[in-house]
Design a binder for this molecule. Sequence first.
Ligand SMILES: C[S@@+](CC[C@H](N)C(=O)[O-])C[C@H]1O[C@@H](n2cnc3c(N)ncnc32)[C@H](O)[C@@H]1O
Length: 186
Amino acid sequence: MREPRDETILTVLRERFGLTGQCGAEVGVSFGVLSVKLLELFPALVLDMIDRWELPPRRPYSDPIAKRSRQALRKTREEATRVTEFAAGRRRIVHADSVAAAAGYADGSLDWVLVDADHSREAVLEDLAAWWPKVRTGGLVLCDDIATRLGKEWGWGVEEAMNEFCRARGLAWRNLGHGVGVIEKY
Ligand SMILES: C[S@@+](CC[C@H](N)C(=O)[O-])C[C@H]1O[C@@H](n2cnc3c(N)ncnc32)[C@H](O)[C@@H]1O
């Protein structure tokens, strides 16, 4: 079953890129639940799945992921690998910090990036700054977990980061609902 959030992400990508080839990066993968849906819907998608999993975080987390053991996080990585095995030829698992991973991409080399990693304002700002240049003109940068109930409880700052990032560059972002925001790159 598709959650409204997943449907929102899949729909905006389908409307922009159709069902033909596209190169996308999911920054923050966890168990690979969304990765599976992306790889299933888009048969020619080349998907980079970027997550630090059990590697040390860039800064301490304020939400419950911080409480998960290294072993549990390693199992999460193994699960993401397992569930996307059906598309092994067109998914690349990048086990690294998101900002470090971005350095390995040429500018303009991706059609889209989904930022869904550490949801603190500082981390989202760093992720947006690192990944924005990697997306081609005509591409999309999506952010997840904008203004959600859990976000308020756990002190996330995705919306603040998007506002700040866009204001500094004269850009605008659109709220697609269900916690998803998009910046179009023109
Ligand atoms: C909300 S989950 C991702 C959910 C996934 N996109 C989905 O929809 O199924 C966030 C993930 O981001 C990863 N993460 C957090 N900070 C990161 C960082 N600095 N670099 C890479 N991954 C990070 C965490 O390990 C966690 O698995």
